[in-house]
Every structure is written in C-alpha cells, then in structure tokens.
Design a protein around this ligand. Structure first.
Ligand code: CU
Length: 69
C-alpha cells in the first residue's frame, strides 16, 4: 500500500535524504519518495504504519509531520 504524508520544513536534497533514510528504517517500509515542492512523502509499505512511528521518524530527521494527504 501507499500512504502520502505531509512533512514541513524540507528544503533540499539533503533534507529529503534524511527523511528517506529515517522512514526506510521503519519495519515494513518498502519505499519512500519525497516531493520537495509539496512536502509530500509517499511511503510504500506492506501494511499500514502507525502514525506515531512515522511522526517519530520524521521528527528524528529534524522535520515535522503535518498529517496524511
Ligand atoms: Cu535541506
């Protein structure tokens, strides 16, 4: 399945890379795609992810999870 999360504060490829690596480390995540222009982060996973886990991973990268698109 794919879920699109909205993340605030990413401005460049480095930001996108930090978020991607934190999210990729979550159990069950199969792919992460960041659209910098919108802040949309598309996550592919086998099963639904816990929003709290996704928020913690985004926070760990230094950004803010605004919600689900
Ligand atoms: Cu950056």
């Amino acid at each position: 399945m794919e879920t699109v999360y909205v993340v605030k504060g990413m401005t460049c490829g480095h930001c996108a890379g930090s978020v991607t690596s934190e999210l990729t480390a979550l159990p069950g995540v199969e792919g992460v795609d960041v659209a910098l222009e919108t802040g949309n982060v598309t996550v592919k996973s086998a099963a639904a992810l816990e929003l709290d886990q996704v928020r913690a991973a985004v926070d760990e990268a230094g950004y803010e999870l605004v919600g689900v698109a």
